[in-house]
Design a protein around this ligand. Structure first.
Ligand code: F6R
Length: 595
């Protein structure tokens, strides 16, 4: 979603701001802009990509202090006038903002009555006008007074011509300060500043920071607070393409390492607090798992894993639907999965769960993200930064976290437990074998790319994998795709099988095998082509399906990992075949910070 950057120091702000903005492109955006102060305040913005904005900038745009923004439209269409930064009536103040100001209409009407004029349709524009109204020489105080009038969520950076400082503030929207040498940066996300520093202050809700080239002072509710910089372990390379054509392909290929890293990390800690807590509490009640999108599909796989290994009832719900129903009890133990830790629906669900007295464990990939601040326990996944909008390695990392969490306290026969742990250790090699088969998968993808409708079917633990395969394909290739529990096809979707819509069937050698075989035959009887994912050694399915992709032998419990990697590659190469902008699909954002 929207991205914020800011720079103050000894160097020219312009190239640094543009570079930081380019690093935030993965969040998804429709317009961008920068403001640079150096003698006077210059604002340049448009509904274009960062590269195009760079071309539009005047040759002389000098100044050692500036802010920038990538916007993902919520209030007002993507346009030059609605792009950030936004300014006040004097042309001296510039503001960039992430989040939503709920009372902006009332504030706007009040400000108009007081003589302010507005040019955009955004909620953000009230902020510079409020700062202007309250400014009496002290920018920090003016910002604090403006924030006090606002209801909603925000991360903001404020720049005022003639002031050698930037003001940053946050509430329910992430914001960090990158600590450099004689220079400091502001960003909504760590990858933006990695080219300049690996020392970062994570601002907390209601923090207001005054940033100069020499230092940072943070206040909360008027009191100075000590926010210590933390060292980020992600490298610039982690956040770059590393020779791959797209971030998505790089991230798909990182999965063996992600699995290895998880195993290594967990080998040296016998149990995390979260594991203990879950194993102690679930005996009495149920586990409720909540998430959105791909993370929800990981949660659905988690349901099968936890039910099999813990022998307790597990319920999954979409975090975005949880507000409208969903019972909890004093014995509900909640697990919320969110790669970004910033998904608004997930945060809302956590707040509700906590208010109802349910302990919440968050599985997330982003250190100090908003979800980590409001959860009881945090389990970090070992995926590293995921830049591509389409989630791939974070899904695998989430599954790994769930496998480890449940294996440690598994209520199963010891021999079975040992054999699962051994299998898990072999999983990186198995995933590597899928990746080695990339060319074959790409050939199948070229066939899939010719169609406008594709169905994915699976049963049991591979039903969520069918959903994930369909989601991946539709979001990056724009091919209409639906995932179904294989047994459900004949309850309606059969009407669409006209020989033109291929069906991708995920077949694991578990207790669903025979039923899957029957379903494939049913599809074939309706003349639809079937591409089946089968385990090596299986010769039966190949006789029924039109074509097969062979996956390495794994315990069925781990089949959602290898099968999902195949489907990620299938989606990737289908999208490539169709010439789609794979890393930044239209209308999508990496971090969905609105409900
Ligand atoms: C799909 C995808 C999304 C996210 C969803 C939740 O490829 O990336 O469906 O999975 O927006 O995001 P997080 O996990 O950050 O809460």
């Amino acid at each position: 979603m929207c991205g914020i950057v800011g720079y103050i120091g000894e160097r020219q702000a312009r190239p640094i701001l543009l570079n930081c903005l380019a690093r935030l492109e993965y969040r998804g955006y429709d317009s961008c802009g920068i403001a640079v102060a150096g003698g006077n305040l210059q604002v340049h913005k448009d509904a274009v990509r960062v590269e195009a904005l760079k071309e539009q900038l005047p040759r002389r745009l000098e100044g050692k202090i500036g802010i920038g923004h990538t916007r993902w439209a919520t209030h007002g269409e993507p346009s030059k006038v609605n792009a950030h930064p936004h300014g006040d009536c004097t042309g001296k103040i510039a503001v960039v903002h992430n989040g939503v100001i709920h009372n902006y209409q009332q504030l706007r009407q009040k400000l108009i009555k007081e003589g302010h004029t507005f040019t955009s349709a955004t909620d953000t524009e009230v902020i510079p006008h409020l700062v202007e109204k309250h400014f009496d020489g002290d920018l920090e105080k003016a910002v604090a007074k403006a924030l006090a009038e606002m209801e909603g969520s925000y991360a903001i950076a404020v720049l005022m011509d003639g002031k050698a400082e930037l003001i940053a503030a946050r509430k329910d929207s992430p914001l960090i300060i990158g600590i450099g040498d004689g220079e400091n940066l502001i960003a909504s996300d760590v990858p933006a500043v990695l080219d300049y520093t690996s020392r970062v202050i994570y601002l907390e809700d209601d923090d207001i920071a005054v940033i100069t080239g020499e230092g940072v002072r943070v206040k909360k509710n008027g009191e100075t607070v000590d926010r210590k910089p933390q060292r980020v372990t992600w490298s610039v390379e982690d956040a770059q393409k590393g020779g791959y054509e797209h971030f998505m392909l790089k991230e798909i290929h990182e999965q063996p390492k992600v699995i290895r890293d998880t195993i290594r990390a967990n080998l040296y800690t016998d149990e995390t607090a979260a594991d203990r807590d879950i194993s102690e509490k679930v005996g009495a009640g149920e586990i409720l798992m909540l998430a959105c999108g791909t993370s929800y599909h990981a949660a659905m796989v988690g349901k099968y894993v936890l039910e099999q290994l813990f022998k307790v009832p597990v319920r999954t719900e979409l975090a975005s639907e949880f507000g409208y129903s969903g019972q909890t009890s004093s014995q509900t133990q909640a697990i919320v999965i969110t790669q970004s830790g910033e998904t608004a629906d997930a945060l809302k669900a956590i707040k509700r769960l906590r208010s109802e007295g349910c302990p919440v464990t968050v599985i997330t990939n982003v250190v100090s993200s908003s979800a980590t601040r409001i959860a009881d326990h945090v389990v970090y996944t070992m995926a590293g930064p995921e830049i591509s909008v389409a989630a791939t390695k974070s899904y695998t990392a989430q599954l790994m976290a769930l496998y480890w969490m449940s294996l440690f306290s598994a209520r199963i026969d010891l021999r079975r437990k040992d054999s699962l742990i051994m299998e898990l250790r072999q999983l990186p090699g198995k995933v590597q074998r899928v990746l080695d088969d990339e060319e074959t998968i790409a050939q199948h993808a070229a066939q899939i790319a010719k169609h406008d409708n594709v169905f994915f079917i699976g049963r049991g633990i591979n039903y969520p994998v069918a959903l994930e395969g369909a989601l991946k394909l539709k979001e990056i290739s724009y091919i209409h795709a639906e995932g179904y529990a294989a047994g459900e096809l004949k309850h309606g979707p059969f009407a669409l099988l006209n020989g033109k819509a291929p069906v991708v069937a995920i077949v694991a050698p578990d207790n669903n095998y025979e039923a899957m075989l029957t379903n494939i035959k049913e599809v074939k009887a309706r003349s639809s082509p079937v591409l089946a994912l089968v385990e090596e050694g299986d010769e039966v399915v190949a006789e029924v399906a039109d074509s097969v992709i062979v996956v390495p032998k794994v315990d069925p419990l781990f089949s959602p990992v290898v099968n999902a990697v195949v489907l990620q590659l299938l989606a990737y190469y289908a999208a490539k075949e169709r010439g789609c902008p794979i890393d930044f699909p239209r209308n999508l954002a990496k971090s969905v910070t609105v409900e």
